[in-house]
Structure formats: C-alpha cells, structure tokens
Design a protein around this ligand. Sequence first.
Ligand SMILES: Nc1ncnc2c1ncn2[C@@H]1O[C@H](COP(=O)(O)OP(=O)(O)OP(=O)(O)O)[C@@H](O)[C@H]1O
Length: 866
Amino acid sequence: MPVKGNQFRSNSFRDEERPRGSGRERLVKEKAESLPKFTFNNGRVVKILGLFFLVLSLYFMVAFCSYLFTWEEDQSYVLDVNGGWSNLFKTSEELAKSDVQTPIVENWLGKFGALLSHQFIYEWFGVASFIFIAILFIIGYRLLFKVHVVSISKALGYSFFLLIFISLTLAFFHSFTSDYPHFLEGEFGFWTNRLLQAQIGNAGIAGLLGFAALTVLIIAYNIDFKIPAREKKTVLEVPAVPDEIELEDEIKSEPVEFPLNNRRREKTLAEEKFAEGSESTTLKQERIVPPVETTFSAAGETVVPRTVPLETAAAATALNVPKFVPADSDYIKPEVSKPEPELTIERTAEEKTAKDLVEQFGQYDPKLDLSSYVYPHLDLLENHRSNKISVSTEELEANKNKIVETLNNYNIEIDKIKATIGPTVTLYEIIPAPGVRISKIKNLEDDIALSLAALGIRIIAPMPGKGTIGIEVPNQQPEMVAMRSVMATEKFQNTHMDLPIALGKTISNEVYIADLAKMPHLLVAGATGQGKSVGINAILVSLLYKLHPSQLKFVLVDPKKVELTLFKKIERHFLAKLPGEEDAIITDTKKVINTLNSLCIEMDQRYDLLKNGHVRNLKEYNQKFINRRLNPEEGHRFLPFIVLIVDEFADLMMTAGKEIETPIARLAQLARAVGIHLVIATQRPSVNIITGTIKANFPARLAFRVLSKIDSRTILDSGGADQLIGRGDMLLSTGSDLIRLQCAFVDTPEVERISDFIGEQRGYSSAWLLPEYVDESGEGGSVKDFDPNDRDPLFEDAARLIVLHQQGSTSLIQRKLKLGYNRAGRIIDQLEAAGVVGPFEGSKAREVLLPDDYALEQFLDNLNNE
Ligand SMILES: Nc1ncnc2c1ncn2[C@@H]1O[C@H](COP(=O)(O)OP(=O)(O)OP(=O)(O)O)[C@@H](O)[C@H]1O
C-alpha cells in the first residue's frame, strides 16, 4: 500500500523541517532548539510533577505507617511543647535542654518523617490523614501516565469530606472512653467533637454524622429510600357468582375454558404451588393459578373434571378462586411496586478503547504533519478595480424605454418594469398587462436585441417563482468581479461547506458560493477564450484558500500542457499522483487512463474502508477516525477529499474514447460518497464528447459562452449559453435551476503568487500517492510466466484469504496480510497465474476460481507436489 503520509499516533515529516535564515540565525536557533523547553505544553513539566506527587505519596505512606508503630517513642521529640518542628535543626544538647528524652527518633523516615506524621496524624486529622496518600497518588498517577482513573475534582471533594467525617466520627466514639486527644482522631477531630458536644450534645453529633453520611451517599450513589415493599399477598377476587363455574349443580358438566395459552399453562403447572386449604393464594409469579382440582385436557383446554364433588367446588370458591378475566388480558398482574429500573448506558468495547485512546493521545489531528501550514491570505489577490457598479441612470432609463417601446410596437402592454443591476448584465423584470401571451414576448428576443443594439440579451419567461418576465441586458461597461472581492466576503470566510468554491456573483450582485462536495461533480464547457481557464483557476484557488493540505488532494489533468503548470509548485502539499511518476500534473493520455483507473481503485478501497468502518460517507468516516474509533492497524486512514480536474476533456475523448469514458462514468456514478469529485472542462460540448453516460452523472454544469444553440443544448439541456457575452459570463445549471453568474476573475500572476506562497512552505515528502494501477496490456503485466517455485512466501496465506472471502481483491490481501500495494499486487498476479483467481476486471474484484477451502487445499497440495 502506498504510504499516505499520515500515521496514526505519530505524525511523520516533523524532522524534515530545515531551519531557514542566515547562518548566524540558524546557529542561535539550533542552540535554542537543543535545550528542552519547560512549558506546560511540551509535557515535561507535567511528567516531572506527576513523578513528584507519586514519590510524595510513597513518602507519606512510609512515614505514616511507621508512625503507627513508633509514635510513642518519638512523642517527646515531636511535641510542640518540646520544640516541635524547630527540633529538626537542633543538636542533641539543645534537644536535651528542651526536655527531649530520646533525641534519636524511631520513625523510618527520620526526624522529618516523625514530625510530618505527627503533624498530620496527631495534630490534624488522625488516621484519616492516610487519605492524603491516596490523593497524592491519584494526582501523580494521572499526571505521569495520563490515565484517567477517577475524576480529580471528585476525588478531592470526597477526600475532604472523609477527612473531616472519619476524624470526627472516631473522636465522637473515642470520647466515651478517653478525655485526651489520640492519634486515631487527631487534634482536629478531638477539639471539633468537644466543641460540638458543648453546642449540640452527643445526640446532636450522632444525628449530624448520620445526616452527613447519608447526604454524601445520596450525592454519590443517589441511594433510594423506598421502604422495601412487603411481599404482597394478593387476595384474589371471587365473583359473587362465578360466570363460568356454576355451583348449583353437583357436577360441573361443561368444560371451562381458562384464558391461558398452552405454553403458559405448561410453564405454570410446574411452578404452581398451592397452599391447600389456605384462605388466600400467594402469587409468586405474575399470574393467576387455577384451583388444585383443575386439570388440562390434551387439547390444552383447562377442564374442571366431571367428578368434582360439590364440597370441592365449594372449597374452590372458599379458596378465592380467581375471577377469570377476559381472554385479551390473559391473566391478572398483581400490583407489586417495583423499584424504578436504573438506566445505565453501556459502551461497546470499541467505544471504550476509542475513548481511552482519545484521553491518552487526544483526537487524531490530520493537520499535525503540517501543523505550521499557513493558509494563503487575501493580499496575494488583486482588487482589479472591482466593486464599482458602472451602470448610469441614463443607461438604465434608455434601456427601459427601448424595451417598452419595442414591446409596444408589437402591441404588448406593460404594467410594471423593474431593474436589477448586476456585474455584467442588468435584469429588467416586466409584468405584462393581463392577457399578454408569454410566448409572444419570448419570440421577440431578437427584436429587442436589435432595438437595444446589444449582444447577449436573454429573455427568461417566466422568471421562476417570481411571476415576471426577465430581460437580461448587458451593461455597457461590465464590471470585473475580482476573486479577492468574493473571497473577502463574510459568506465565503464563514462558510461551513466541505468544498466551497467561490464562483462569482449573480446578476443581482450577490456572491455565489457553491459546495463542490454537494454538486457533486461539475461539467464545464465554453468556447475558447470565454473564461473557462479562469473559471477552473477560480475553483482551484477557492479550495486552496479554504482547505488544509491534509484535507484535500488534486489530481490535475492538463492535456494542453500549459494551463495548470502553475500548480506544480504545490505538488508536495496538494497534488496526488501515481507511484513512480515524476510529474504530478498529467499531460499524457496513456497516463490519464492509468490515473483514472487508479482513482477507481482508490474509490473501491475507500468503499471497503467505509464498509468496514460501518459508515456511509467520507465525513462520518473521517469523524470516526479522528475520534480514534477506527484502527489504523486494520488499514484505516484519514481520507482527504480528492478533486480531479480535467482541463481539456474533448482532447482525451478524441484520443482514448471508451478507455477514458468508462472510468470517468464510474467515478461520476459512485465516487461522491467517498469524497472523490470531478471537474471536467471541455471546449467542444458535442454529443460524442459529452456522452449520455457522462451527462447523466454530472447534474451540475457550468457553461461559458458557446458558439451555437446546439452546443448550449448539449451542455445545459437548454439554450442560453450561446447568448452569453463571454469574459466570464456564465450559466450554472444545478439540475433544476439555471443561474447566470459572472465568474470571479483570478489572473495568472495571482495564481502564481498563491502557488509560490504554498509551495515555499514545508510540505510532505512527496505528492500524495494514488494506488498503483497495473495496466494488464502494458509492459509490466507479464503474469503468465509464473514459476510455482518462485512463489511469494505469503502466497498460500493470500490464497486462503481470498478463497475464504471469495473476493479476489488486492486491497483485501493488502489489508489482512498488512502488505504494501506492490507486494500484494505481485501476489495477486501469482494467484492469477496459478489459477486461483480470474483475470483483472478493471477496478472490480477478480473472480475467485476455487469454491472452498477443501478445493484450495487439494490445489495447493498438487502445486507443491509439482
Ligand atoms: N471572469 C472573468 N472576468 C473578466 N475577464 C475574464 C474572465 N474570465 C476570462 N476573462 C478574460 O477572457 C480571457 C480568456 O479567458 P480564458 O483564458 O479563461 O479563456 P478559455 O476559455 O480558457 O480559453 P481557452 O479555452 O483557449 O484556454 C482572459 O484572458 C480574460 O481577459
């Protein structure tokens, strides 16, 4: 498999950064870099702190434990009256003077240990001080290992409570046997208890402790105070005169049907226990049990036997025989109050692992490899004297008058006329007088054009959703829409689209931004010199301004060899290419075919990944990957968008026809969900180039001016593109709508500046590599001369895998055996030569020729014996 640049935990390419600047600067910089920086961000300080806390907790542990055994011996040394902490620095003589009997302390951690534990245990909280050890340990462990054991804030809260609670409780009980402070409760507990005793008395303290304990239990566990329901003795109701059991007769002659189904009956028969002669029946199960005399017929019906004597039947009544409920309720449910079920949300093992990983390493950051990447800024673009609407009122007035006049000449009355000024055209909307036929106005297109003496008049009758008729008249001085003015808008800056492309402005002067990811592919047509190349540059530039190199890769196809060369500089940032290719911008038709097929393979691989990741599209997949819920060991990787741009499609179709059309159609049909989007441009939108298959899969089409109505129909399915005025005037068809736009203008020097700006920054080590595509008719595909003795060591494993999955795909071998694409490709060639899989079938998986394991083992035996 080709290296895709991003690794999961570590991010590559970090070491490649070469220091820039003068020699002296570099020297200073290198020196500075060799010294570790002690900032919280680089983690060193955190680790040192973590270690410190752990060691401290160990120290406390030893000192405290030792105190439990040595406190008596050390008492005279640590007592405040004898000097306390000041004894630490006193000589033996000085100690003797201050009444210290044994200047040598017994605590395992010496004087300091003795003083420390005395302070905490005796003077403060008693044995509850051991809680400090736990707190220090939790903090240290968390900082050092970055493992979230318990919430630190919670731990601190509970510890604080326990310190006081334990100390006070011990003091409370101890106060009944002793009048002096003891290390069990510490002086804090002792004196607090004393104080409380005076204020609220022993009963008050007991109540307070009980209240505190219960409060904390409620906070921690939300414990329930329901008084346990006593097992209810359900007294079964007996109808005054049972419906089914007639007691007037000695013998019940007719079978009585109980509304219990057979299965329940079988079950309950075993479960039922009847306390004979008892006055009431206890329900163990949630159901009613029939009286003891009841038997069940073979047919599953419950029958009161004929031989039941009257007394027994009467006894049955006395036994509170259940009131038989209607069939639809089956049995009576006794009303036993159940504790409310607690809702616990179970996380799957996968979610737990992902959560742990995210806690440990944070979310996966695809941008980390090029974390210092700076997006191009607006100053790289020019203003092109745009944003100056240059339609004078005279021009508007004159145009209006001419329109009204022309229409009047044909006896068409107008009620109202309104003008909207756009960058290149002004839209005059007219409301004709009642009774005027729309088609009549539509037919006057040429006449109006003639009277206005202008090219590019378009009549939209009726205006969709407006109830008016629109006449677009070109402005005498069309305004250029600078890319900068479009990109500087809030609309573009704050867009949340996945692949935003700033196409330009509408005729009402609104910025128009489309999402290529939603389009999901774009067909661009336009006669030469009408602004197609500028349009493609606008698309490329918009995306370059919005996406990080880790999120987007371009596959650039430029048969004209000159149009896209400017983008060569961003190869190591934004371009994708076939492994082994020198140039990322593809100009040769043969290589275009290979690249398209490779894209198909990439698409199939992505679909496999999506399937294995249980997601439906690229966005969900990447989100899951970022949250570390997809294991890179299983072949998962962060998937950037891939945008294929073909600058001159006609040329390719002329030279390679089907070979180009098939993969393009496949990609157009399927690639949208896996983040592969196509932008295909052509000068000649004739039917043999934009074929039905291609057209059907490109709902979004962009037409610059074309030369004939037929061309316009081919690209847009309607006229109009032939009436455009050129220089970036265009029509965008999004399936349902047809929008006239003025394309944003971005000049070659601007593109160059942007490419330089990106290209000069640190990039990946090479272009993003597409999967290798082996052209079977090409030179490399000599698979038939396969020597069985020269098999790959993993040949048999691969064969088993393929037969098991019944799927002859290289990516399967690659993924499961964790191999590179080349080796996996070689193995699949050998499998083909050996007869395990069928021949290459484009980007579809190969046919597997062996049906099962048994056949394969026989086959391998034969192969080995040969
Ligand atoms: N959006 C625009 N605004 C203003 N002028 C434009 C715009 N687009 C193109 N032009 C003008 O039209 C000229 C030709 O544009 P462009 O090179 O994009 O044409 P083309 O359709 O790509 O031609 P070809 O197919 O021959 O390459 C540009 O040099 C520019 O002067």
